[in-house]
Design a protein around this ligand. Structure first.
Ligand SMILES: O=C[C@H](O)COP(=O)(O)O
Length: 253
């Protein structure tokens, strides 16, 4: 049985006052029915980890460098994330792929660094609108997954997030049928590559305009084990509505 995971990606948002949401989130969800992860910007990571220390909320980074240390101005290593209190790191988000030209090979190298440092690697994949309209979604996702997935991936060290680029921050979401098709496909690819047991243990998150209003129907889709949430993870109230829907699904399944 895969534990469900609600992960929040604050992207380039938030300041010290934003950390108050961690207290509210912990207070609203004390039971540990699902896993909770918040990924603030690097500047808030240490403070967030300290603030969340007494709660069941894990803190994660939004990126790391593939090298363990060295002359890489402006970058952060996986070990530095770990040292600051992170337990996971998002890798290959479409905004990193488009803003910074990150390739599948780079994502895979970063994932090896993350796992080596004891972090869970959250590998993001997703098609553009043009790719979906061209009927190439599964081909694109399959290629990204094959080349980005780290060697030695397990349910313990790797999570895969499906985030269609056209659904991120737009208010648009794929139909539940479209989400199910991609998640079933990713599950099949994972089982083929890692074996049924290990491939079946890797959690699959959906990301892209998840809100309290659409969370329940998305979480009911087979092979959706939770969400990677952007905008709606900044406020405790918004994120909590999503977590409640995931808790309800966890209870039902
Ligand atoms: O990492 C999160 C995703 O990019 C989703 O962002 P969003 O919930 O603001 O659409």
């Amino acid at each position: 049985m895969r534990r469900k995971l609600a992960a929040g990606n604050w992207k380039m948002n938030g300041d010290a006052a934003s950390l108050d949401m961690l207290d509210a989130l912990a207070e609203g969800h004390p039971g540990g029915l699902v896993d909770l992860l918040i990924c603030p910007p690097f500047t808030l990571l240490g403070a967030a980890a300290t603030r969340a220390d007494a709660s069941l909320i894990a803190i994660g980074g939004q990126d790391c460098h593939a090298a363990p240390s060295g002359a890489h101005t402006g970058d952060i290593s996986a070990a530095m994330l770990k040292d600051a209190g992170a337990r996971a790191v998002i890798l290959g988000h479409s905004e990193r792929r488009s803003d910074h030209g990150e390739t599948n090979d780079m994502v895979r190298a970063k994932a090896h660094a993350a796992i080596g440092a004891g972090l869970t690697a959250i590998i993001c994949v997703g098609e553009s609108l043009a790719e979906r309209e061209a009927g190439a979604t599964l081909e694109v996702i399959g290629a990204q997954l094959a080349a980005s997935l780290p060697d030695g991936a397990t349910g313990g060290n790797t999570v895969v997030a499906y985030e269609p680029c056209w659904a991120i921050g737009t208010g648009l979401t794929p139909s539940t049928g479209q989400i199910g098709e991609v998640h079933d496909f990713i599950r099949m690819q994972l089982e083929q590559r890692l074996g049924e047991e290990t491939g079946g243990a890797v959690r699959l998150l959906y990301g892209g305009s998840v809100k309290g209003a659409n969370a329940a129907e998305i979480f009911a889709v087979r092979n959706v084990d939770g969400a990677l949430v952007g905008g709606a993870s900044l406020k405790a109230e918004d994120f909590s509505a999503i977590v409640k829907a995931l808790e309800a699904e966890a209870k039902a399944s």
